[in-house]
Write a protein that binds this ligand. Structure first.
Ligand code: BGC
Length: 738
């Protein structure tokens, strides 16, 4: 590094163009191609520039986006999709795939929820870690994004996410933390937005203290595209690579700042070293695009993602010989991916109607029912659909949101389906013997206007290019649905905990609900929802028995159970383990997902499963102590069918830690009189006898507990000498922690 000129070094730290970095032949540094991401490769023509990116992207397999894969609750699905994207990236000579995107679904309105995984950090973190490992196992770097608290599109380049530290640590950071510490991603992408007033791209706390010092990240921090406003502040904060290129303006600013003594050159050197290491990923295009093989993989993955929400009177699966009225535009023009930077040029797209016909031995007819751009004669389209439905055994309506309804760049304002589709579903349901609704959408939609009119609901979210085939597989029972909701389907938008504070105003969005995001809120508040987080039906039945749990250390445990497939079809079951507790001084959600696994069972087959829960499963973030703390007390390990339905629970008592904080003269009376190493000495100092000491602080404590010692010491003639207090403060210094 020292032999490079300052100008050369500064230049290496910004993009060459939209998707590539700069080479430096004398140093053996090759240019890297960084392409979106996250659910396939969007290899854009370098000549086309930003405008042409979507249309000129080379063909690639469009795998189910994260909103779909998350519903699989299956690490193998996430891993195999990541690996396939890695192979396609290599075939195009792409060195870094810009994903996974692991921001938490704080509001169901976020325009990029299709690209994000879940409202739960554990589900997000575990699956996205598997995706990253799959991708990087093929020699392609990941770019975990958008770090951090990028949970909305409204004002995304500027808005300040105002989030307290416990909420950041427990909800918005853990997925990043897990991926960074377990999968060691090549890069992390810093978000556009501010976090508590500081641009993520310029935040030393995020990019250095947390990411590098605490989590040990050694890779490159890259900016979101156009996210850097101040190159000097960004470099100092720990951001290495500003993307895309800006024609050299930022590089010149870096040179000037070093020369003026404003920026220490060591920051530049450290970033160049990291970039040099990243550049080793550069490789010529190798291997072929396995179009057929990856389409088949996309289909089987999509099959694992589909959620059967409702299935009254075993309406599904359809009999092969059934006379089926297939209704809806999305049956002939599949809705399968989201809009914006992740939008790619799919190598092939299944038409659901064709796939249904391939599996049918009966009659399948189609009526369009609606046109998503609003054109066409709505009444005539509905009338045609109703007529077809009335003369069929069953009507299957393909409804959902069109691409223009949701995308990167803006948030939705409603959870409803377009009114024309609501009217269509209700009219069809009134005429048909049985009605099935198949949903395609990125963000969650409300079902309330029509839920009770229909017999079955299959929720695909977005399933990628082979979603049509996968839906046909599930509808005809070739695949037994096993997806589980990775986010709550609320009754109303207003029920969502972020509703009062979304999307913020005047450049700020207050995360007022704190850690009570998604089901953590609905369960704690006992608020009704349509379908809870973790819900999903199957064509078979499962039973969970013999649940036992034991401590494996002071603050770690394992839980075992037997799961049996009690029905007549092979199927997959998701085991969900939640922890419930009131231990500790902080408010806890009613329960939190702490472990999960998915198991495939033949009819009648039983399997004993054991899941581990590490210390973190019981811990909360203490802002006072600036670390993860396990409070002593009672914990319940709950095996749940979903976030609302507990199948069995086992109590455990954890010793936890005795938290002894440093007392100051402004600590409260309660803190003084309950302090584990000070309380007794304090009482003795006040002249208490042995009985009083044994009984501890008296009945008066609740009354004056919140008073500071500064006031209390001189209150009502108490004799607490300044020297005694000094000695006791010294005694309180935190040393004896378990
Ligand atoms: C998006 C990123 C994406 C980048 C490059 C940005 O607008 O926020 O997710 O990776 O563009 O296309």
């Amino acid at each position: 590094v020292s032999e490079l000129s300052l100008e050369q070094k500064a230049a290496l730290l910004s993009g060459n163009d939209f998707h590539t970095t700069k080479p430096l032949a004398s140093e053996g540094i090759q240019a890297l191609a960084l392409c979106d991401g996250p659910h396939g490769v969007r290899f854009a023509d370098p000549e086309a520039g930003p405008e042409g990116w979507a249309t000129t992207a080379a063909p690639a397999t469009c795998f189910p986006p994260a909103c779909g894969v998350a519903n699989s609750w299956d690490v193998e699905v996430a891993q195999s999709v990541g690996a396939a994207i890695g192979r396609e990236a290599r075939a195009y000579g792409v060195s870094v795939s810009l994903g996974p995107a692991v921001n938490i679904k704080r509001s169901p309105l976020c325009g990029r929820n299709f690209e994000y995984w879940s409202e739960d950090p554990l589900l997000t973190g575990v699956l996205a870690t598997a995706h990253t490992e799959g991708l990087q196992g093929e020699g392609v770097g990941a770019s975990v994004k958008h770090f951090a608290a990028n949970n909305q599109e409204t004002d995304r380049m500027r808005v300040s996410a105002e989030v307290d530290e416990r909420t950041l640590r427990e909800i918005y950071l853990p997925a990043f933390e897990r991926i960074v510490t377990q999968a060691r991603p090549a890069t992390v992408m810093a978000a556009y937005n501010k976090v508590n007033g500081v641009h993520a791209c310029e935040s030393p706390w995020l990019l250095t203290t947390v990411l590098r010092d605490e989590w040990g990240f050694e890779g490159v921090v890259v900016s979101d595209w156009g996210g850097v406003l101040d190159r000097v502040a960004a470099l100092r904060a720990g951001l290495d690579l500003a993307m895309p290129g800006d024609g050299g303006l930022g590089d010149a600013r870096v040179v000037e700042a070093v020369k003026a003594g404003e920026l220490d050159e060591s920051y530049v050197n450290a970033s160049v070293e990291r970039l040099r290491a990243l550049a080793r990923l550069a490789a010529p295009a190798t291997g072929e695009l396995d179009v057929d093989g990856h389409h088949a993989l996309a289909r089987s993955a999509a099959g694992d993602c589909i959620v059967l929400l409702k299935n009254d009177a075993s309406t599904l699966p359809l009999a092969a010989a059934a006379r089926v009225a297939v209704i809806g535009e999305f049956a002939v023009e599949a809705r399968y991916q989201g809009g914006g930077s992740s939008h790619l040029n799919a190598s092939r797209v299944d038409v659901p109607l064709d796939e249904l016909r391939r599996l049918s031995t009966g009659v399948i007819e189609h009526a369009r029912g609606f046109v998503s751009d609003g054109s066409g004669e709505a009444a005539a389209l509905v009338a045609e659909a109703v007529q077809l439905a009335a003369s069929s055994d069953v009507a299957v309506v393909f409804a959902g949101l069109a691409e223009q309804d949701e995308s990167e760049g803006f948030d939705r304002t409603t959870l409803s389906l377009p009114q024309g589709q609501v009217d269509l579903i209700r009219a069809v349901a009134a005429a048909a013997r049985r009605t099935v609704v198949v949903l395609s959408h990125g963000g969650v939609v409300t079902l309330e206007e029509w839920h009770n009119d229909v017999d079955a609901i299959v929720d695909g979210f977005l399933l990628g290019q082979a979603g049509g085939g996968a839906l046909a597989d599930v509808l005809f029972g070739h695949v037994n649905p096993s997806g589980r909701l990775s986010e709550t389907i609320p009754l109303r938008l207003q029920d969502n905990p972020s509703w009062l504070n979304f999307p913020g105003e005047e450049g700020r969005v207050r995360y007022g609900e704190g850690i009570l995001v998604g089901y953590r809120y609905y369960e704690t508040a006992d608020a009704a929802v349509r379908y809870p987080f973790g819900h999903g039906l199957s064509y078979t039945t499962f039973e969970t028995t013999d649940v036992t749990a034991r401590l494996t250390a002071d603050d770690a445990a394992e839980i075992s159970m037997i799961v049996t497939n009690t029905g007549a079809r092979a199927g997959k079951h998701v085991v969900q383990i939640y922890v419930a507790t009131d231990a500790g001084k902080v408010r806890r959600p009613r329960r939190e997902l702490r472990a999960f696994t998915k198991v495939a069972l033949e009819p009648g087959e039983s399997r004993t499963l054991t899941l581990g829960l590490d210390r973190r499963a019981f811990a909360h973030w203490s802002t006072e102590f600036q670390r993860w703390v396990v409070a002593g007390g009672e914990y319940r390990l709950q095996v749940c069918d979903n976030a609302s339905a507990v199948l069995a629970e086992v109590p455990l008592t954890l010793t936890g830690e005795v938290l002894a904080g440093q007392l100051t003269i402004d600590s409260t009376v309660e803190e003084w009189f309950t302090h584990p190493t000070v309380a007794e000495a304090l009482l003795r100092g006040l002249g208490a006898d042995d009985d009083t000491v044994a009984a501890g602080a008296g009945d008066w404590l609740p009354m004056v507990g919140s008073m500071s010692m500064r006031r209390f010491a001189t209150f009502a003639g108490l004799e607490l000498s300044p020297q005694l207090l000094e000695d006791l403060m010294a005694l309180s210094a935190p040393k004896a922690q378990a």
